[in-house]
Design a protein. Sequence first.
Length: 273
Amino acid sequence: MPRKRKLLSQLSALQSNSSLPQIDALEKLNTTPGGDSSPKSSKYFVTDTKRSPRLEADFFHQPCVSLAKSFLGQILVRKLPDGRELWGRIVETEAYLGGEDEASHSKGGKQTQRNAAMFMKPGTLYVYQIYGIYFCINVSSQGEGAAVLLRSLEPLQGLDAMRELRRASRKAPSKLLKDWQLCNGPSRLCQALAIDKAFDQRDLTRDSAIWMVPGQEPLGEQDVVATTRIGIGNRGEWAQKPLRFYLRGNRFVSVVDKKTEREMAARGHLPCS
């Protein structure tokens, strides 16, 4: 016992005499790899980050609608410059079919400097800016000028870093964001993962800062809701086509279509809630 008391006394003296400055939680978050405080992972999902292989080129070589559905449940990984990884499960997408699609940036088959990534090989990122402020991230698919918009993620890992990135992107101070508010929309997703125009034309199968890994839960037809896209304005019949897809019952989806879900339930495609 005397030896234990002596050791405790020495430890106390070292702590009281230390010249290291106190580091608050925010500074630690910004400067220390792995410095996220709780929660590091979503309580809704557990995954092994070291063993999951990235999705390769064959996965992305799908027609646009098929790829938009296949993305649901897959995991987007963003590696920050300090080495921390932010993980999010894809829960909502929109398909843009290329030249024939009046709501697509490539409508009429027009290729520009801005939308060049939409004409590149499947798995290429197309990042564009809206309102001169916000960014949206898409992934090219099979089909000339076709791409899939990533609308919402379920945050899995690095939630504190996502909160800080979202806070830094907003001008006015606000309340602490809840988990479901971090990535529930295309521009929020990009803010939370620090994705900007610098990611345009990157290859998801080769990039060291952003990639996808397989999800762990196989999805059935009853898990996916197909409904109209959001914010595309007056595009005639294209505004009514069911080209938005989301995971039914997932609270991280940006906009839930209750009417479509009721219709699916009436047809026996979904259990009644």
